[in-house]
Ligand binder design. Structure first.
Ligand code: OXD
Ligand code: MN
Length: 647
């Protein structure tokens, strides 16, 4: 890029900041400089730093210089977030073969990744701390935990020293200053991502507030999360990566994230899962708030009253669909604040307020259509990057679930697609990356610095059997138990395969930044005098009958469930008690105009199923959490079991 500066290695200008990878990194940096010894020595003799670097705050500059030296970057470009910069990035990406223009739409682009780099890699995602128990619950110490991978500081440094030295040789290192949340919001956090991937830079531009204004904000408060991303030295020419050696590292004590070997989604757009959830959850606990894997929607009822709800679902459970719902119930209106992450904090009046820290949607494409999510369809065909979807002959995109497949499709690997072969045209985890402001129902308050007031928290997953359409928690503690015991069918967003029902507490299983037992204790500690606790509900749109057919139509009809939830928020007595919690009493869920809904089956709570479920929860709590599980959760489990045994 024209405005890039030739990087000359200078001594760190801020000796107090710890280099990435600690002492190993210093050794590694001099190792890396072997390839450019002359430049390095010239730099040390006092070559003047470029104006771009000189404009950085001392801490940012030290981070940039140390990282560029470690990775052997040839140049550094500090991103300003301008339109010219975006255009230059796109031109570069097109030239490199990473992006292909999609002439059917305005400013839309297709990326095909290396086929080995298509999803989040949970097995190679680690959180570093001196004590393993900070990260892994007691039951799994010294072993493998489903709730978080710990890495010791020495191994963390070694992993970096093993991969990063010289890994950006010949490449530009981009400096991406970004804000999670509206700048100036008390909930906003700033990060600086260094990356050698222009695809990541362009995507960060969509997904976060990025550029000079963030650097400006850093002048007032120098605190930021240090994010270093390196694509890796193998992979395809247009998609460098290093799948066998991919590693995603978090070090909460130093506000630091290091990612190597993958260019994909949450592995490389470090503001999203790494900062907003893993580091975010640690910060949230420390500072008394919540960083959650939740969408946020505003719902206006027929009387014109507006309420906001936050909802946690594992990925590919219809989060984006709910966030952009077109309600079928007359008089209802849904507006979208965010589709993936909520940062929530009680204000001085005791109201829980939420912001969406993101600036764009990184949605799963397959299954998105005019019938499932017309609002997403009206949002995404401008200024978007599509990754691993199929390409149509006329320069458009297609994916499974969009409607009939046109002839002449090119599949996500770039091969002519043959429906008869049974392979998908679009990868099941293919994505669109789109600016949030393009959403026709974006909430007027989506950028509000103080956040929107939350009346209810929804939890849910894909549960084909046994789990009713909606259950209200009896109280906050029961709500925390519903979150702790959440399960869902596995998703294509991660490495797992098949339709196995997995535990996914609070839809956070891959995203906890600290010990899950402590996370539950944090949730349990939130009710205080003067706080208005939101009601908690568990929903399941995915229950099936004996023939495997969905019992509930879902999508816009879910507004009927939201209607009941909001009436419950008003304490309307439209419920009945069950062993599981509160469900709509007879006739209180509005099903007017819906045919053939088997309400009895939809809300049945089979005793055998729930006694087995209680056993599965007990096994999970015992094997995965052990003595770190708060006693309140054992009490709730006993209550569940007793309620069914006595029913
Ligand atoms: C996502 C996920 O990408 O949850 O949002 O996997
Ligand atoms: Mn998600």
């Amino acid at each position: 890029m024209t405005s890039s500066t030739n990087y000359v290695r200078t001594r760190a200008t801020h000796p107090r900041s710890r280099p990435i990878g600690g002492r190993c990194a210093q050794a590694a940096a001099s190792l890396a400089s072997g390839c450019g010894r002359a430049a390095h020595q010239a730099a040390l003799r006092g070559v003047a730093p470029s104006p771009q670097l000189a404009a950085l705050t001392p801490k940012v500059r030290a981070f940039v210089e140390q990282s560029a030296a470690l990775c052997g970057a040839a140049r550094v470009h500090v991103c300003d977030g301008s339109e010219q910069e975006a255009a230059a990035l796109l031109a570069l990406l097109e030239h490199q073969g990473t992006l292909k223009r999609l002439p059917k739409y305005h400013n839309c682009w297709l990326a095909r990744t290396d086929p080995a780099d298509v999803a989040r890699v949970e097995s190679r995602t680690f959180v570093c701390s001196a004590s393993e128990r900070d990260v892994v619950p007691a039951a799994r110490l010294g072993g493998r935990s489903a709730l978080g991978n710990h890495i010791a500081p020495a191994d963390y440094d070694a992993a970096i020293a093993d991969r990063l030295p010289g890994c950006m040789k010949g490449r530009t290192m981009y400096v991406v200053p970004f804000a999670m949340g509206p700048l100036g919001s008390p909930l906003c956090k700033i990060g600086v991502e260094l990356t050698d991937s222009p695809y990541v830079v362009y995507s960060m531009r969509v997904m976060t507030r990025m550029g000079s204004k963030v650097l400006e904000a850093l002048r007032k408060d120098e605190d930021f999360v240090r994010c270093l991303h390196a694509s890796g030295t193998r992979g395809l020419p247009g998609w460098p990566c290093d799948p066998p050696r991919t590693i995603i590292l978090h070090r909460p004590a130093d506000n630091e994230i290091v990612s190597y070997g993958s260019g994909y989604g949450g592995n490389s757009l470090l503001g999203k899962k790494c900062l907003a959830l893993r580091l975010g959850s640690v910060l949230a606990r420390r500072e008394g708030w919540l960083a959650e894997h939740m969408l946020i929607v505003g719902i206006t009822d027929p009387s014109g009253r507006k309420r906001y709800v936050a909802a946690a679902f594992p990925s590919a459970c219809g989060k984006t669909n709910l966030a952009m719902m077109t309600p079928t119930l007359p008089g209802y209106k849904v507006e979208c604040v965010g589709d993936d992450i909520a940062w929530m904090k009680f204000d001085d009046e005791g109201v829980l307020r939420a912001i969406n820290p993101e600036n764009g949607f990184f949605g799963v494409a397959p299954g998105t259509s005019e019938s499932t999510n017309p609002i997403a369809m009206a949002t995404i065909f401008r200024n978007s990057v599509f990754t691993n979807v199929a390409e149509t002959e006329d320069g458009g995109v297609w994916w499974e679930g969009m409607g009939g497949a046109p002839s002449g499709l090119t599949d996500w690997r770039g091969q002519p697609w043959d429906a008869k072969k049974g392979t998908p045209a679009a990868h099941p985890n293919s994505r669109f990356c789109t600016p949030a402001e393009q959403c026709p129902i974006i909430d007027p308050a989506w950028q509000s610095p103080e956040g929107v007031p939350i009346s209810a928290i929804l939890l849910g997953g894909r549960r084909p059997a046994g789990v009713p359409l909606v259950v209200e928690a009896r109280d906050w503690r029961h709500g925390v138990f519903l979150g702790a015991s959440m399960r869902s069918e596995a998703t294509a967003a991660a490495e797992h395969s098949g339709k196995v029902v997995m535990h996914d507490p609070f839809a956070m299983r891959p995203f906890f930044g600290y010990n899950f037992g402590d996370y539950l204790a944090h949730w349990l500690s939130l009710p205080r005098a003067g706080r208005k606790m939101p009601k908690v509900f568990h929903v399941n749109w995915f229950r099936k009958d004996q023939q495997g057919k969905f019992l509930w139509p879902g999508f816009g009809e879910n507004s009927r469930v939201l209607d009941w939830i909001l009436r419950r928020c008003d304490e309307e007595p439209c419920y009945q008690e069950t062993p599981l919690g509160l469900v709509p009493s007879e006739g209180q869920l509005n099903t007017e105009g819906l045919n053939d809904i088997n309400m009895k089956e939809l809300f049945s709570t089979p005793k055998e199923f729930w006694l087995q479920e209680a056993d599965a929860i007990e096994k999970y709590f015992t094997e995965e959490v052990g003595e770190d599980l708060p006693n309140e959760m054992w009490d709730e489990l006993n209550r569940l079991r007793n309620n069914f045994s006595e029913s």
